[in-house]
Design a binder for this molecule. Structure first.
Ligand code: XMP
Length: 526
């Protein structure tokens, strides 16, 4: 059975709310081992059922010295399973096993150098610099105020910094390891190697979680679930729906019916490009629905972002249902939902996240929906989806295109959506993207787009006074889209884009640059 094979080795991450937990999970999977994130208060029953080969206690925002701060289920320390505690995770491991943590009033944040006194299976064959007395150092990333001041019995300290005498502690016999720094961030130079040592040498996991195995397993599962049924899928042209379609197509061939809906809220020339790619290059059956008017009519005098998302999502589903009813054998609707969509929508059992925006491919389906949902990517992170796409031989430009939200320009035009605004926005957006490509910046930033602001401002063109609309440029850098920084591009680049938009897009009088980070500002404006 392929299914059991690929999930044979498993790491469990108990999440204490660190902003790096997803990154940690992605690192473990990239090493080649399946892992899942459970909330710190997961029940013993659920942890036992998961049968982890190793457990990682994540960092967290709370102070472990506070009596009410979260603790790991005590049972794990008697389970015989190897445990790695990171930052907050190391501190509660110390406390729960009889040691002590104190607030030392010395915040250590950023780069630190750890002096390693002796080697062991966790830090075997990793070092950044040797010193004369044979101690070596590691360059790491720290973020903490509390320190372990007393280790539990049978632990030894093997690494310290100036302000943190117990920076690495271990009990090799019981396979308990604690590191005060964050191995999952790239600033910790040997962090990945350290995680690899834990997963491979200590937990004895084999590297079965590879794109080739994932593809085999997913196709196997899809064939099992779908049997001889027919599936309908809404293509957006984005990487998620592209990879979903390709996997299902491999599993059931032409019993996959792809519907592409032109909702009038797409980017310049997007419809042509998507239909071409699917029909000509990939040889899929694509049903092309022209529904611009339907969507725009439904959005007249609708100003509220959540309401717009819901309307757009509802019409998509209605169109699918109508198309599906034309093939009376269609029983399934396929969606390109990925793991972070589920986490951010607060649906996952492990997530404590509040619902920030209702992503329409997760939360917007009506209860009376007649089709059953199949979501082959819902276990995967974006980088895994891309790797699957590369292994499937899908076009690089489509796989590495910036993400585009399901509701499209509908959430990039603030307030009421009108065709005139869509056309202006499409044109401005195409200029920004063209300039990014020309300057080799497209792949350096994570997402770039323009936003239409329905306010007018005065400009002078030639001798004439104009009173036209405003465009905002949103360009960000991120690894996970949960947090993001505005991209610090050169004035020259921004100035060039602004000049082109003002000169070439009739109806725009002003261009502004959005310098808001997420949090607090979300990436999309609505
Ligand atoms: P926010 O605005 O929540 O965006 O910071 C995070 C990422 O998600 C994309 N996004 C969406 N994708 N349906 C989608 O498929 C949606 O409704 C949606 N809303 C936002 C956004 O473009 C960014 O990459």
């Amino acid at each position: 059975m392929i299914r059991k094979y690929i999930y044979k080795y498993r790491i469990l991450i108990l999440d204490f709310g660190s902003q790096y937990t997803q990154l940690l999970a992605r690192r473990i999977r990239k090493i080649g081992v399946y892992c899942e994130i459970f909330s710190w208060h997961a029940s013993e029953k659920n942890i036992r059922a998961f049968q982890p080969n190793g457990i990682i206690l994540s960092g967290g925002p709370e102070s472990s010295t506070s009596a009410n701060s979260p603790r790991a289920p005590q049972y794990i320390f008697n389970s015989g399973i190897p445990i790695l505690g990171i930052c907050y995770g190391m501190q509660i491991m110390a406390i729960q096993l009889g040691g002590k943590v104190e607030n030392t009033n010395h915040r250590e944040f950023g780069h630190a150098k750890i002096i390693v006194h002796s080697t062991n299976s966790l830090i075997e064959s990793i070092n950044d610099t040797f010193k004369k007395n044979k101690n070596f150092t590691l360059d790491v990333w720290m973020s903490h105020c509390d320190n372990v001041t007393e280790m539990p019995s049978d632990f030894i300290v093997i690494g310290s910094t100036e302000h943190c005498p117990i920076a690495i502690m271990i009990n090799e016999k019981k396979h308990f390891y604690g590191v005060q720094f964050h191995p999952e961030v790239t600033h910790t130079h040997q962090g990945i190697k350290l995680l690899e040592n834990f997963v491979k040498n200590i937990c004895k996991c084999e590297m079965l979680w590879t794109s080739v195995n994932i593809i085999d397993d997913t196709i196997y599962k899809l064939r099992e679930i779908l049997g001889n049924d027919t599936v309908i899928l809404g293509l957006s042209g984005g990487v998620d729906s592209l990879v979903t379609a390709s996997l299902i197509h491999r599993a059931i061939g032409d019993r996959l019916k792809c519907v592409f809906v032109d909702n009038g809220l797409l980017r310049l020339n997007e419809t042509k490009e998507i239909v071409n790619m699917f029909s000509c290059c990939l040889k899929f059956n694509v049903i092309h629905i022209k529904a611009e008017q339907l969507f725009l009519n439904a959005l007249v005098k609708v100003y509220e972002p959540e309401e717009k998302r819901k309307i757009i999502g509802r019409i998509f589903v209605e169109i699918f249902e109508e198309e599906a009813s034309k093939f009376n054998e269609v029983k399934w609707l396929a969606q390109g939902t990925i793991y972070p969509d589920i986490i951010e929508s607060g649906i996952s059992s492990m997530s404590q996240a509040h619902i920030i925006k209702s992503h329409h491919n997760v939360g917007g389906l009506p209860k009376e929906m007649k089709l059953r949902i199949v979501e082959p990517l819902k276990e995967f992170f974006k980088d895994e989806v891309r790797n699957i796409g590369v292994t499937l031989g899908l076009p690089h430009t489509a796989l590495y295109r910036h993400p585009f939200p399901g509701p499209g320009l509908g959430v990039r035009i603030l307030g009421e959506v009108k065709k005139e605004y869509c056309d202006l926005l499409r044109h401005a957006d195409a200029i920004l993207i063209e300039e990014l490509h020309k300057n080799q910046l497209y792949n350096k930033v994570s997402q770039a787009f323009t936003v239409f602001l329905p306010i007018r401002s005065v400009s002078i063109m030639g001798d004439g006074r104009k009173y036209d609309w405003v465009i905002a440029l949103r360009i960000i850098e991120t690894t996970d889209f949960m947090t993001a920084k505005w991209a610090n591009l050169t004035y020259e680049f921004l100035s060039n884009v602004s000049t082109r938009i003002l000169n070439e897009v009739q109806g725009i009088s002003r261009v502004v640059y959005d310098i808001s980070n997420k949090p607090p500002a979300t990436i999309e404006w609505e």
